[in-house]
Write a protein that binds this ligand. Structure first.
Ligand code: F6P
Length: 318
């Protein structure tokens, strides 16, 4: 099943689970709308042919949801009864940390092995250097910011562009460098309002006529992106500041080759580990190798951002 916020590459992941299952001659069912489909016994049979022509599609053919009912013990009892009726021996859960947390509790309560596959645009899962969908989201962001740059430069404007990532700054940091942003504001590093004003002031004096600031939605500078733009306008009145919130377009679109290959590698491994009798683990890619980590450990920590990238951004926005 796919669960939580969808991410580009989830279909490539579903395809890989179904095809690897077929290759190893085991039956594969796809539960709809994440944990909610388990509670409602809503599933489809997946085989090698039923997943044709989906590797290139964004979204998820199994649909996704954040099930409130699954948070209750009653909901989980219903789900377990349905899985037992369907003779499920192991579950492959494609999603983020909320999905894994739910899967872990479920497996502990009902003794059904869980293998997690990290699928979220946020890239905020410990135990993998990349999550499925992150690379596509980065490319969507830089494509959008490139377009904003055109109009920013035509009108000599300053743009604040808010990107997703929940509490993590991976999307902002990497897309900010890729799109050549002036400043990048992320939750992991409070750069402070004064520093932002100084930097914008310095840019103007150095001859820049337009600027782009990438703001992570979880940034803790103390103001949301609209308040931030208003604050800058108040303090630096010569700036014509505009705001663009990229929002859910970051979750859509055809997955990049990187995300398709990542999803394929992770999910073949997930099926192999399930067949090997492994349980309560997550597969991830570290240094281009597919590894597994105990779910409990994946949930214990958060990956850290590479601060070197902030330094690079500083140097390049001179
Ligand atoms: O976790 C993926 C994500 O897109 C986050 O970046 C964002 O904060 C959140 O989901 C938005 O969730 P929803 O689609 O429920 O508004």
């Amino acid at each position: 099943m796919t669960s939580g916020g969808d991410s580009p590459g989830m279909n490539a992941a579903i395809r890989a689970v179904a095809r690897a299952s077929s290759y190893y001659r085991v039956e594969c069912l796809g539960f709809m709308r994440g944990f909610q489909g388990m509670i409602e016994n809503d599933y489809i049979e997946l085989n090698a042919r039923s997943v044709r022509n989906i590797i290139n599609l964004g979204g998820t053919i199994l649909k996704s949801a954040r099930s409130k009912e699954f948070l209750t013990e009653e909901g989980r009892v219903k789900a377990a009864a349905n899985l037992k009726k369907a003779n499920i021996d192991a579950m492959i859960l494609i999603g983020g940390d909320g999905t894994f947390r739910g899967g872990k509790v479920f497996s502990e309560e009902h003794n059904i092995p869980v293998i997690g596959v990290p699928g979220t645009i946020d890239n905020d899962i410990f135990g993998t250097h990349y999550t499925i969908g992150y690379d596509t989201a980065l490319n969507t962001v830089i494509d959008a910011v490139d377009k904003i740059r055109d109009t920013a430069s035509s009108h000599n404007r300053l743009f604040f562009v808010e990107v997703m990532g929940r509490d993590a700054g991976f999307i902002a940091l990497n897309s900010g460098i890729g799109a050549g942003a002036e400043e990048i504001l992320i939750p992991e590093e409070d750069l402070g309002l004064d520093r932002l004003l100084n930097s914008l002031e310095r840019s103007r004096r150095s001859g820049k006529t337009s600027s782009i600031v990438i703001v992570s939605e979880g940034d803790k500078i103390g103001k949301n992106v609209f308040e931030l733009a208003a604050y800058v306008k108040d303090n630096l009145p010569y700036y014509d500041a505009k705001v663009t919130v990229l929002g859910h377009i970051q979750r859509g679109g055809s997955p990049t080759c990187f995300d398709r290959v990542l999803a394929s590698r992770l999910c073949v491994k997930a099926v192999e580990l399930a067949l090997d009798g492994q349980q309560d683990i997550m597969v991830g890619m570290m240094n281009n190798e597919i590894k597994s980590i105990e779910l409990v450990n994946a949930l214990k920590s958060k990956p850290t951002i590479n601060k070197e990238l902030l330094r690079i951004s500083d140097i390049l926005s001179v």
